[in-house]
Design a protein around this ligand. Structure first.
Ligand code: ARG
Ligand code: ZN
Length: 874
C-alpha cells in the first residue's frame, strides 16, 4: 500500500471452484477451504500468493498430499507457494478463526449470538487464505456444521442442496451457488432466527422462495421489508428487464453491522434497522430507507453480482449505478419530484462537503491506502449522478438500450467504468471521452449562468462558464461536459419556446463543454426568467444573475418542481448569508418579506403535494449556509441566522401554519404510503415552525402531539420539536420516551440521536454521560453512530464549540473505537472533513485534535488514512 489503479495486473492464478467446510464454534471455528486453482492463461508463470488477515493455518495439502514445510510460507497475512506446478491443482487449506473475538465485524463474527459474515471489501481473507480480489470469480459450495441447539438455522449463498443431523447434537447444511462470484460476495449465517416467508413468481414464471430471518419475536416487523422486496423484484423486471436467477432469496437482519446492508449473492445481510419496522416503532423516514435499501441490495444482483468490478477502483461501477437504480425505484414508488429534491439535499449536505475539503477524491479514485474509506458519498451518490447525466444526455430510450447492451456484453464478468461507458458510446454513436472526466476529476464544478434580455431584438443571451476547483493532488482541471436542462419562464409561468439559430431546440438540454459559451435564444416574446439545471441535471454549484423577483416567479410557477423548490432555497440562502454577516458585525438580522410571501404562496397552493410543501418550508441547514460561505465559517453565527429565520416564519405565517397543521391531520389509521407520509411531513413541519418562536401555545401543541401520537412518526416529530427548546416539557418527554421504549434498542437510538443534536452548551456533557448509560455500548455500531456519530456529524454548533471540547471528545472516541472497530472509528474521524473551512480559532482547535489522533502510538490503517489526508500539507 498505497494501491494504484495504474498498477492493475490480471491475477496470476484463477480459482475454478471453492468448497468451504465450516465447523462453527464460538471461539475456534474450523474452516477447510478446497480451491481448484489454475494458472491464468493470459499471464506468465508466477508464484501463488494468497491473501490473509490475522489467519492461523492448521494444515495444507496439495492434490491431497501434505505439502513439505519448505514448499510454502504462511504468515497471518499471506500464504505463498513460491514454485507451484504450472498446471491446475487442488489446494486444501485449514484455518481456525475466533468469531467471538472479532470486534472489527469484518470476516466471520457473532452478533448477539448469531454467526454471520461481512466480506466486502477485503473480509474473506479473514476467514481463509484466498486471492481476495473481485476479478477472481469462482463457484462456491459451502458446508456448514454447528451445534443444533446453538445454531438451528444454517445459511449460505445459493440453493440448499443437502442437510441433516450429525452425532453429538450437531447438524449440517450444504449450499451451492452456481453463479461464479468474487469472494467479497460470499456469506454464511448460523444461529437461532425467526423467519418470515413469501414467494415471488418471476416474469418468466419461475417461483422464488423469499425468506427474511430476524431475531425470534421480531417477525411481525418484517412485513414492510418483504413488500418492498417483492416490489423491487417486479420493478427491476419492468424498468430494466432484469429477472431474479436463483430459486431462493434470503435476507438476514443482524444487530451489529458496520454499514447499512450487504448484497451477498442470494443471502443479503442487513443492519436490522433497515429491515424492522412497524407503525409504532418506525418513522416514515425509516420506512422510506428500508424500501430504498432493500431495493438497493436486491438491484445489486445484476449491477454488482452478475456483473461485478474488475478491481476496487471501479467501485462506483456497481455502487453509483445501483444507487441510481434505487433512486429511480423510489421515484416510481413515491413522488419523483420529492425524491429528486431529497436526493439533491442529501448530495449537497454530504457529497458537496466532502468534495470541498481535504478528503475530496474522484468518483473513481486513482489511489487508495484503505479501500474501506472509499465507500463514500462521492463514490455512491455522485456516482449515481454520473449515470443520471448519461441518461439526460442520451435520452431515456437510448440509455435503456445502453444498459441492455451492458448486461448482454458483460454478464458474468468483472468489468470497468470504461467498459460501462463504452456500451453507451456504442449505442448512441457518441464520443463520451470528455464525459470520462467526471470519473477522474474531483471537485464540484462551479457554473455561472448570466442571462440578458434584449427587448428590441427579442433575444435572450445566456452566458455560461465553468470552473472545476482544485482538489487534493489535482491542482488543474480540464473543462467538463455539463448537461443543463433549461427553460425560459414567461410572466404567466408557462415556458417560452427555445429557438436557437433559427430553429427550435431539440429537447431542453444545453451542453456546456467549454470553459465558457454564449447562447442566443431568438424570438423571445417577453423578458423571460431563466430556469436552468432543472431536475438538477448536473451535480454542480450554480450562480445566476436572477433577481429576487425572478426567483419568486420561479417559486410560484416553474413547471419544473425541482427549480420551484430551488428558487425558495436560493432566496433563503441569500438572506441567511446576509444575516450571518450582519450578526458577525454585531448588528441585527433582517427579515425578507419577499421570501415570506413566497412561502405563503406555496402554502396556499393546494395543487402541490404536501411532501413538496414540507420540503419547501424546510430552510437551508447550517451546513448549507457553511458551504455557501465556504471559508472562515462561524457555526454559531450560522445557527443564529437560521433560528432568526425560523422564528420569522413561525411568527409571520402563524395563522396559515395553524390552518395547515389542522388540515393535515387526517384521522385515518397510520399507513406508511408516500401520500400519508407527505401529509405527516407537512403537519410536522408546521408544528415545528409554529413552536420555533418558543411561545407557550407552540410548546403545548408539541407536547400534546407527543402524548397522543399513535405512531412513531408523529411522536418523534413532536419530541424533536421539543428538543430544540429548553423547557420542562422536553425533560418530561425525553424521560417518558425512554421509559416507553427502553426495551427496544433501535428506538432508543432515536432517543440518543435527538439528545446528541440539541444545539445547547450542555449537550457535550449530556452526550458524555450517555456514553455510560446502560442503553449505550461502544461495541455496537448503531449505538455509536446514534450518539457519538450524531453529535459529530449532526450538531454543528456543539461539535464545533469554540473551546475545542467537542473536537477533543470526538478525538478520544476515535482513539477508543479504533482499538475495537477501525471502520467505525474512521467513519467518525471523517466528521473533521470540513475543518479547514472554519474560522481560525476553531481551525486551530480542530487541527490540534487531528494531530493528537495522528500521533497516537497505534493507529489502524483506516484512521491513519483519514487523518493523514485531513492534515496533508499542514
Ligand atoms: N456493498 C454494500 C452496499 O452498498 C456496502 C458494503 C460496504 N463495505 C465496506 N467495507 N464499507 O450495499
Ligand atoms: Zn451498494
Amino acid at each position: 500500500r498505497p494501491v494504484r489503479l495504474q498498477d492493475y495486473r490480471p491475477p496470476d492464478w484463477l480459482v475454478e471452484t471453492v468448497h468451504l467446510d465450516i465447523s462453527l464454534h464460538p471461539t475456534a471455528t474450523k474452516v477447510r477451504a478446497t480451491l481448484n486453482l489454475r494458472p491464468n492463461p493470459g499471464t506468465s508463470p508466477a508464484p501463488l500468493v494468497l491473501d490473509g488477515d490475522g489467519l492461523s493455518l492448521s494444515s495444507v495439502t496439495m492434490d491431497g498430499q501434505p505439502l513439505a514445510a519448505d514448499a510454502y510460507v504462511a504468515s497471518p497475512d499471506r500464504f505463498t507457494l513460491a514454485q507451484p506446478p504450472q498446471r491446475p491443482f487442488t489446494l486444501t487449506i485449514e484455518t481456525v478463526v475466533d468469531p467471538s473475538a472479532n470486534t472489527q465485524l469484518m470476516g466471520l463474527y457473532r452478533s448477539s449470538g448469531t454467526y454471520c459474515t461481512q466480506c466486502e471489501a477485503e473480509g474473506f481473507r479473514r476467514i481463509t487464505y484466498f486471492p481476495d480480489r473481485p476479478d477472481v470469480m469462482a463457484v462456491y459450495t459451502t458446508r456448514i456444521e454447528a451445534d443444533k441447539g446453538q445454531a438451528p438455522i444454517l445459511l449460505a449463498n445459493g440453493n440448499l442442496i443437502e442437510s441433516g443431523d450429525l452425532p453429538a447434537g450437531r447438524h449440517y447444511a450444504v449450499w451451492h451457488d452456481p453463479f461464479p462470484k468474487p469472494s467479497y460476495l460470499f456469506a454464511m449465517v448460523g444461529g437461532t432466527l425467526g423467519c418470515v416467508e413469501d414467494t415471488f413468481v418471476t416474469v418468466s414464471g419461475r417461483k422464488v422462495a423469499l425468506k427474511i430471518y430476524v431475531e425470534p419475536g421480531k417477525e411481525s416487523r418484517c412485513g414492510y421489508a418483504m413488500d418492498a422486496l417483492k416490489r423491487s423484484m417486479r420493478w427491476d423486471e419492468q424498468a430494466f428487464g432484469r429477472e431474479y436467477d436463483l430459486d431462493i432469496f434470503m435476507i438476514v437482519a443482524v444487530s451489529d453491522f458496520n454499514m447499512g446492508a450487504m448484497e451477498n449473492k442470494g443471502l443479503n445481510v442487513f443492519n436490522d434497522r433497515y429491515v424492522l419496522a412497524s407503525p409504532e416503532t418506525a418513522t416514515d423516514a425509516d420506512f422510506a430507507s428500508i424500501e430504498a435499501i432493500i431495493a438497493h441490495e436486491y438491484f445489486h444482483n445484476w449491477t454488482g453480482n452478475r456483473i461485478t468490478c474488475r478491481d476496487w477502483f471501479q467501485l462506483c461501477l456497481k455502487e453509483g449505478l445501483t444507487v441510481f437504480r434505487d433512486q429511480e425505484f423510489t421515484a416510481d414508488m413515491r413522488s419523483r419530484a420529492v425524491k429528486r429534491i431529497a436526493d439533491v439535499r442529501n448530495l449537497r449536505a454530504h457529497q458537496f462537503v466532502e468534495d470541498a475539503g481535504p478528503l475530496a477524491h474522484p468518483v473513481r479514485p486513482q489511489v487508495y491506502q484503505e479501500i474501506n474509506n472509499f465507500y463514500t458519498t462521492t463514490v455512491y451518490e455522485k456516482g449515481a449522478e454520473l449515470v443520471r447525466m448519461l441518461r439526460t444526455m442520451l435520452g431515456h430510450a437510448t440509455f435503456r438500450k445502453g444498459m441492455d447492451l451492458y448486461f448482454d456484453r458483460h454478464d458474468g464478468e468483472a468489468a470497468t467504468i470504461e467498459q460501462f461507458v463504452q456500451c453507451f458510446a456504442d449505442i448512441s454513436k457518441r464520443d463520451l471521452a470528455q464525459f470520462m472526466l467526471w470519473y477522474a476529476q474531483a471537485g464540484t464544478p462551479e457554473i455561472i449562468a448570466d442571462g440578458e434580455y434584449d427587448d428590441a431584438k427579442k433575444i435572450f443571451t445566456l452566458k455560461l462558464s465553468q470552473i472545476v476547483p482544485p482538489t487534493p493532488n489535482q491542482p488543474v482541471k480540464e473543462p467538463m461536459v455539463i448537461p443543463l436542462r433549461t427553460g425560459l419562464v414567461g410572466s404567466d409561468g408557462a415556458d417560452l419556446p427555445l429557438v436557437v439559430s433559427g430553429s427550435p431546440m431539440a429537447g431542453d438540454v444545453i451542453t456546456l463543454n467549454q470553459p465558457a459559451a454564449t447562447l442566443v435564444f431568438e424570438n423571445v416574446s417577453e423578458r423571460p426568467v431563466l430556469s436552468i439545471n432543472r431536475e438538477f441535471s448536473a451535480p454542480v454549484k450554480l450562480t445566476t444573475n436572477l433577481s429576487a423577483e425572478d426567483l419568486r416567479r420561479l417559486a410560484a410557477h416553474d413547471s419544473d418542481p425541482f427549480n420551484r423548490w430551488q428558487a425558495v432555497q436560493t432566496l433563503a440562502t441569500r438572506l441567511l448569508v446576509k444575516n450571518v454577516g450582519l450578526l458577525q458585525a454585531g448588528q441585527n438580522a433582517i427579515p425578507d418579506e419577499g421570501l415570506i410571501a413566497a412561502l405563503a404562496a406555496i402554502l396556499a397552493d393546494d395543487r402541490l403535494e404536501p411532501a413538496f410543501v414540507a420540503l419547501t418550508l424546510t430552510m437551508p441547514t447550517e451546513a448549507d449556509i457553511a458551504r455557501e460561505i465556504g471559508h472562515d465559517v462561524d457555526p454559531d453565527a450560522n445557527f443564529r441566522a437560521r433560528i432568526y429565520l425560523r422564528n420569522e416564519i413561525g411568527t409571520k405565517l402563524q395563522s396559515v401554519l395553524e390552518e395547515t397543521y389542522r388540515r393535515m391531520q387526517n384521522g385515518a389509521p397510520y399507513s406508511p404510503d408516500a401520500a400519508s407520509a407527505g401529509q405527516r411531513a407537512l403537519k410536522n413541519t408546521a408544528l415545528d415552525l409554529l413552536a420555533a418562536p418558543g411561545g407557550k401555545v407552540g410548546i403545548d401543541r408539541a407536547i400534546q402531539q407527543y402524548r397522543s401520537a399513535d405512531n412513531m412518526t408523529d411522536r418523534m416529530a413532536a419530541l424533536s420539536t421539543l428538543s430544540l427548546h429548553d423547557v420542562p416539557e422536553r425533560t418530561e418527554a425525553l424521560q417518558d420516551f425512554y421509559e416507553r421504549y427502553h426495551g427496544d434498542p433501535l428506538i432508543i437510538d432515536k432517543w440518543l440521536t435527538l439528545q446528541a443534536m440539541i444545539p445547547e452548551s450542555g449537550t457535550l456533557d449530556r452526550v458524555r454521560s450517555l456514553t455510560s448509560h446502560p442503553a449505550f455500548s461502544m461495541n455496537n455500531p448503531n449505538r455509536v453512530r446514534s450518539l457519538i456519530g450524531a453529535f459529530a456529524h449532526g450538531n454543528a454548533t456543539q461539535f464545533n464549540r469554540a473551546d475545542g471540547a467537542g473536537y477533543a471528545f470526538i478525538a478520544d472516541a476515535v482513539l477508543t473505537l479504533d482499538r475495537k472497530n477501525p471502520q467505525v472509528a474512521s467513519r467518525l474521524a471523517t466528521s473533521f472533513r470540513s475543518w479547514r473551512a472554519l474560522e481560525s480559532g476553531r481551525r486551530e482547535q480542530a487541527q490540534a485534535a487531528l494531530r493528537r489522533i495522528a500521533n497516537a502510538s497505534t493507529l489502524s490503517a483506516d484512521v491513519n488514512d483519514i487523518v493523514s489526508r485531513a492534515l496533508a500539507d499542514t
